[in-house]
Design a protein around this ligand. Structure first.
Ligand SMILES: Nc1nc2c(c(=O)[nH]1)N[C@H]1C(S)=C(S)[C@@H](COP(=O)(O)OP(=O)(O)OC[C@H]3O[C@@H](n4cnc5c(N)ncnc54)[C@H](O)[C@@H]3O)O[C@H]1N2
Ligand code: MOO
Length: 403
């Protein structure tokens, strides 16, 4: 038996970050991985502008101004947002200005309209503003030429907004890893189709395709294959170019374990017992053309768990992303864990007395066939191999599940 860490290290050593890139308009880049550090093309904001609707003034004109001693100024211009002018302001003058409009170069403060009588031709002002009051300075958010986003960032709406503000219309992103998925098993039928005795709906195909997409990759081939070595061989031979192949089922020691029968003879794929529950039997290696291939155990919970522990980290490495950090959560209901194996327990995350707690998503942690029970999970608690009892109130690391 090998450890989870050793198996993961072997997987990560076999995949390299992709060098393929795509250039996408901002609107199409959400969820993609930025390929390069992004430098601002602009000062952000691009010019000194007003933070308030009010009046641009010269502070020298407003010495000692107060509600008891207001000062009246002539309003010589009106600047809405988008105005391009830079009107001169002389002694005793003010410029009416709206939020976002460029502050005239002769002004050194803005007075909010609330501290005035709101006059259009003349304005009565009741405060002496501090220097620079209500002026948002050019470049105070980002200077032209400085980095605003770093390579490897998963582009969320807020990152796209930052890129737009920094003057970018398109972004260089890492190409989506191309992944082929196959579910093996002669008992499997298309979901929704009538079942003969002994048949079950194929849920792993749906699970794997959705997990692959969630991890930021693209499914370029998908198949449901009978436990016939020739079928599996033929599918593998006809695969389009891909970066990764993920199979489920057929990796243990049964008579019809077809992935073992096909890939176990090439010498490039290693079949291991990993000290993990569920998901002990694992296959990983390379096809004849070098494409990395996973053989995940067929039980659906084992598929999800194996994906989170090994296949997702591989896809994230292809993308140049870091693996997600588990979230420490308090245990809300205890459970037992096997000695000597890392237990990956589906947990529901709920709120108890104002704190988030993790409780088993269903009773009986090792039941790796409970595919509908798995739907109750919000994440996976990763319990170290030397722990046999997970007690209420203790903290466990939880890998949050795809949403
Ligand atoms: N003698 C032993 N038998 C088994 C062992 C063992 O160590 N010695 N390990 C058990 C464990 S643990 C697991 S996990 C499985 C892994 O075996 P396989 O990878 O060969 O998986 P299958 O036998 O093909 O399937 C296992 C189980 O999952 C169901 N399944 C498979 N594919 C799908 C799918 N696409 N959708 C829904 N359900 C699927 C399948 O019907 C089986 O019930 O081996 C144990 N046995
Ligand atoms: O190890 Mo199996 O993957 O528990 O069901």
């Amino acid at each position: 038996m090998i450890t989870v860490e050793a198996h993961l290290a072997r997987v990560l050593a076999a995949v390299e970050p992709l060098t393929r890139r795509e250039t996408l308009p901002l609107a199409d880049a959400a969820g993609r991985t930025l390929a390069v550090d992004l430098v601002s093309h602009l000062d952000v904001p691009p010019f000194d502008n007003s933070a308030m609707d009010g009046y641009a003034v010269r502070r020298a004109d407003l010495r000692g101004a107060s509600p008891e001693a207001p000062v009246t100024l002539d309003v010589v211009a009106d600047l809405p947002a988008g105005a391009a002018e830079d009107p001169a302001i002389r002694r005793g003058q003010a410029v009416r200005i709206m939020t976002g409009a460029p502050v005239p170069s002769g002004a050194d403060a803005v007075v909010a309209v609330e501290a005035t009588d709101g006059g259009v031709e003349r304005v009565r002002i009741e405060v002496e503003p501090l220097a620079g009051r209500h002026i948002r300075r050019a470049g105070e958010d980002a200077r032209r030429g400085t980095a605003v986003l770093t390579a490897g960032t998963v582009l969320a709406p807020r990152h796209l907004a930052a890129a737009a503000a920094a003057g970018h219309a398109v972004l260089d992103v890492v190409a989506r890893p191309r992944v082929a998925v196959a579910a093996t098993g002669s008992e499997l039928v298309e979901p929704g189709e009538p079942l003969a005795h002994g048949s079950i709906p194929d849920s792993n195909s749906t699970l794997l395709a959705a997990l692959v997409a969630d991890a930021g990759a693209e499914v370029v081939a998908a198949a449901r294959l009978h436990d016939e070595p020739d079928d599996v061989r033929a599918w593998l031979d006809r695969l389009p170019d891909c970066d990764l192949v993920i199979c489920s089922g057929g990796v243990s020691v049964g008579d019809h374990d077809v992935v073992r029968a096909v890939l176990g003879t090439t010498g490039e794929v290693v079949f291991e017992q990993v000290a993990m529950q569920p998901g002990r039997p694992q296959a990983f290696g390379a096809l004849a053309d070098g494409t990395p291939v996973f053989g995940l155990p067929g039980n659906p919970v084992a598929v999800h768990v194996s994906f989170e522990m090994f296949a997702r980290p591989a896809i994230l490495r292809l993308l140049g992303r870091r693996a997600p950090t588990p979230v420490p959560l308090v245990v809300g209901a205890g459970w037992r864990s096997p000695a000597g194996r890392v237990q990956v327990m589906p947990v529901a995350v709920t709120t108890q007395v104002a704190s988030l707690v993790a409780v088993p998503a269903y009773p009986g942690g090792s039941a790796s066939h409970l595919v509908t029970g798995l739907a109750a999970a919000d994440g996976f608690a990763v319990v170290p191999a030397d722990v046999t009892e997970v007690a209420v109130g203790q903290t466990v690391p939880v890998l949050l599940a795809a949403r």
